[in-house]
Design a protein around this ligand. Structure first.
Ligand code: NAD
Length: 397
């Protein structure tokens, strides 16, 4: 099969197995060049492990600290005439590389929000690893069916209180246009919190503890975002921001619960990056393009793997303890929020139009990274060659 990208807006419905494998290998290589992380995790569970921050976390835990890993992610096998999902190919590549390196690794595919997936994961940990000492919760989803109520909630990306107008870009053709987004209703806010807040994270930790598979001194983290003034109304002060407030409150609650036996829980505030989830947020891809331009010029650009490696080495497992802000959050968004960076991004933002977008921003880099999420536009891959889309994942439940 010759696999080409097929896009609909910010969704790509095809993925390239060799390109995904190459992307994963590049992340592994980066970590191996920087390893080891002293006193890192030994047995790690990553929920939402097949892309973005979750995948990078799994790679850092395994190849940076020699940890055994269990990855939980949505099913994405091949169906119909289409290739499998990028997450499937990424995970296959990870599992193969981990096993070749003598690292224990297992996958559980299914809906992370369901009781069934939690129970399958607990049984697997009990049988293969005994207990885990690090749990990373990195699920990003548009909907969630709550196993308690059976109701399905949908998350929205909307401002709160009043309409929000700003610039946005179609990153395929570079056209910058104004966008106005109407505010979320109370129900929409409630549902967004239900999907992207901390409820499911808490359920996972409760289930792991009840199942006896969480070490007494375990660490758990989840990912949050604050970002710049430019995106405040649509992100941190919008419906998704309410969910992040809830996630952060859950971290504080979990920290108290786990602290009783020597464990700890944090939210880590990360930088804006090109992932499948962030490409769906209005205005954010344009902001990321401007941010990438500035951070690359200053020599402080980071992708998922660089951010996550720094998170593990200089925050989570830092020799002198884990530094946190006044609200108890780990901050790894420090370079994104540097005054000089934000001043330059704001300056670019004011000037930005369709005519100057390729000079003023790194939209080309954004677009390329978007396609790389699906295994395309990756050096060393022959996209005209026939490739087998059937790729097995060893040790998948
Ligand atoms: P992503 O889309 O790259 O990855 C999401 C992961 O969640 C995938 O592995 C997917 O398989 C999994 N997933 C989604 N629904 C699932 C389900 N029902 N069951 C099992 N697995 C499921 O997203 P990302 O950008 O890495 O986001 C991860 C976290 O990081 C989110 O909390 C996000 O808000 C946060 N974050 C992202 C950014 C950014 O710029 N991308 C910045 C800061 C924080």
């Amino acid at each position: 099969m010759i696999i080409k990208p097929r896009t609909r807006g910010f969704i790509c419905t095809t993925a390239h197995p060799q390109g995904c494998a190459q992307q994963v290998q590049q992340q592994i290589n980066y970590v191996k060049e920087h390893a080891p992380i002293a006193k890192g995790p030994r047995k790690t569970l990553v929920i939402g492990a097949s892309a973005g921050y979750g995948l990078a976390s799994r790679i850092v835990a395994a190849f940076g600290a020699g940890s055994s890993t269990v990855g939980v992610y949505r099913q994405g096998e091949r169906a119909g005439g289409r290739p499998a999902s990028a997450g499937w190919y990424n995970s296959a590549a990870f599992e193969k590389a981990a096993q070749a390196a003598g690292l224990q690794s297992y996958s559980v595919t299914g809906d992370a929000f369901s009781d069934e997936t939690k129970q399958k994961t607990i049984e697997l940990i009990r049988k293969e690893l005994g207990q885990v000492d690090l749990v990373i919760y990195s699920v990003a989803s548009a909907r969630r069916t709550n196993p308690r109520t059976g109701e399905t909630a949908n998350s929205v990306l909307k401002p709160i209180g009043k309409p929000y107008t700003n610039k946005t870009v179609n990153f395929h053709d570079g056209v910058v246009s104004p966008i106005t987004i109407e505010p979320a209703t109370e129900d929409e806010i409630r549902e967004t919190v239900e999907v992207m807040g901390g409820d499911d994270w808490q359920l996972w930790i409760d289930a792991l503890r009840a199942g006896g598979v969480l070490a007494d001194d375990a660490t758990t983290i989840s990912y949050s975002y604050i970002g710049s003034q430019i995106t405040q109304a649509i992100y941190r002060e919008g419906s998704i921001g309410r969910a992040k407030d809830h996630l952060e409150a859950t971290a504080r609650q979990l920290n108290e619960q786990l602290g009783a036996t020597g464990g700890r829980a944090y939210v880590t505030v990360s930088k804006a990056l090109v992932t499948q989830s962030s490409s769906a947020i209005p205005v954010v891809p344009l902001y990321i393009s401007a941010l990438y331009k500035v951070m690359k010029e200053k020599g402080i650009h980071e992708g998922c793997i660089e951010q996550t490696y720094r998170l593990f080495a200089e925050r989570l497992y830092a020799e002198q303890g884990t530094p946190v802000d006044a609200e108890g959050r780990i901050r790894i968004d420090d370079w994104e929020l540097r005054d000089d960076v934000q001043t330059e991004v704001a300056h670019i933002w004011n000037e930005l139009t369709t005519d100057n977008i390729y000079q003023l921003t790194d939209l080309e880099g954004y677009r390329r990274e978007f396609f790389q999420l699906f295994g395309f536009e990756t050096d060393g891959v022959d996209y005209e060659a026939d490739v087998d889309p059937n790729v097995d994942i060893p040790n998948v439940l």
